[in-house]
Design a protein around this ligand. Sequence first.
Ligand code: SF4
Ligand code: SF4
Length: 318
Amino acid sequence: MKRNILGDTGISVSQLCFGVLPMGPNQFGLSPEEGGELIREGILNGINFLDTAQSYNTYPHIRKALDGLKGTRDDVVIATKSAASTYKEMEAAVEEARMALDRGVIDIFHLHAARVDAKVFKDREGALECLVDSKSKGLIRAVGISTHSVEAVRAGKDVSEIDVIFPIINKEGLGILHGTKEEMASAIKEASLKGKGLYAMKALGGGNLLADRKGAFDYVKNLSGISSVAVGMVNRDELAMNLCIFNGQQVPDSLADATVRRKSLIVQAFCKGCGRCVEICPNMAMEVVDGRARNDSQKCILCGYCAPVCPEFAIRLV
Ligand code: SF4
Ligand code: SF4
């Protein structure tokens, strides 16, 4: 598996990053044991980069994976993120990750800021300050931002405290906010020229680009400035298939249909119309109409962010 250095951080990451969102309770609900085994298999086959978040509830899965490793454990790079706004909230998020993952140092810690624009650095000044302090105390190695916004990537390249940027990009421009696919690609290149490390999310557009998986991966892998591509995986066949693609090998016919994905989102009748799903959705794919949430399937990328915030458990990805 090819490795690249993330900008000026010196952190070496595999070109395929294991996205540890879909296996968790927000989507497929693998147990920590099942998920941990799958992650470990990925690591033993050359992946050294894992991407998670406080809100994904998958720290136990990663910890199980690491518990089963010996020599290769220290080679694993973990990126996580938190939607914390204040210094105090972010301090708690960093501590939670260190404890839950049983890692003294978290490699990359992002502001989890999917849908906000360039104002994020001002609006979440306290959280950013905490990450900078955490880095100087040696609790994290790099400060980052994960974002769907072209404007945030553009602004991030000029924020000296930001080491790593994790933007959404895919060949159809699905889910990109505040600009086009071309503008995002150009913002990524400019950030990289400023020494930022960048890795990409949603290369498959939340599963919408699976019909041409290789083309979708090739588009993102070949973008100037992208060091790694985070891909969610939930079973061994899917892992094997993605390893083949990223290692430049032919995918065997037996793995051609390996990817399992949620196909639609259902809002159940007992929705109370509280609007929390509308607030969290990075893609403006939810609105409350006549007291009930309605999903726009043209905008929804089935990321699963909305389901866990629903107090009524009214959202199902099926
Ligand atoms: S969060 Fe749940 S209850 Fe609230 S509007 Fe959305 S689906 Fe309905
Ligand atoms: S509606 Fe839910 S699953 Fe769809 S894009 Fe928004 S947060 Fe993600």
